[in-house]
Write a protein that binds this ligand. Structure first.
Ligand SMILES: [Zn+2]
Length: 171
């Protein structure tokens, strides 16, 4: 029961072990953005990164307003992958819906409420939802990865995850 364990005080290293387990074997992502759906394996233990799959993921996470993609942080992909694996482990086999990924400076500047130094500018952040799963569960799991920011936007109805400094906020 990972959720129950997470709710208590985990032993030192427990989260690290758990995270390693969630990323064991092939790393795949099942993402939806608008009418585009992508299901792909971007990393395997034998061959490492699949360049084509990585590019497809980066394209889905692009700045759609500027129509520009960016070399997204592999660490961000791992956070999304681990989150998706954990949800599947708990019976929620759903795609992650992407509201926003990479943002150019001008798109970020026009985005309401965004920070000027947003991690979206560096390809290190995504705003996501998982249909059928409460925002708090998505945010809670993402925060357990323990090396990045997690913001829960209740009024906008999405969770921001990034690979920057560890912080948690609710808006
Ligand atoms: Zn965001």
């Amino acid at each position: 029961m990972p959720l129950a364990r997470a709710a208590g005080a985990p032993a030192p290293g427990a989260i690290e072990n758990w995270r390693t387990r969630l990323l064991q074997g092939e790393r795949s992502l099942w993402l939806v953005r608008g009418d585009r759906e992508l299901r792909t394996t971007y990393w395997t233990p034998t061959a490492g990164y699949d360049g084509e799959a990585y590019k497809e993921i980066c394209w889905l996470l692009r700045d759609v307003q500027a129509n520009k993609s960016f070399a997204m942080s592999p660490r961000l992909l791992d956070v999304l992958c681990g989150l998706q694996n954990w949800l599947a482990f708990n019976g929620h086999r759903h795609p992650i819906h992407v509201n926003s990924g990479y943002r150019t400076f001008s798109t970020n500047y026009r985005t309401e409420g965004s920070a000027l130094s947003s991690r979206h500018l560096n390809g290190q952040a995504a705003d996501i939802t998982v249909p059928g799963v409460q925002l708090a569960r998505v945010a809670g799991m993402a925060s357990l990865f323990g090396e990045g920011g997690v913001g829960m936007y209740l009024n906008k109805g999405f969770v921001h995850v990034d690979t920057g400094n560890e912080r948690i906020w609710i808006k």
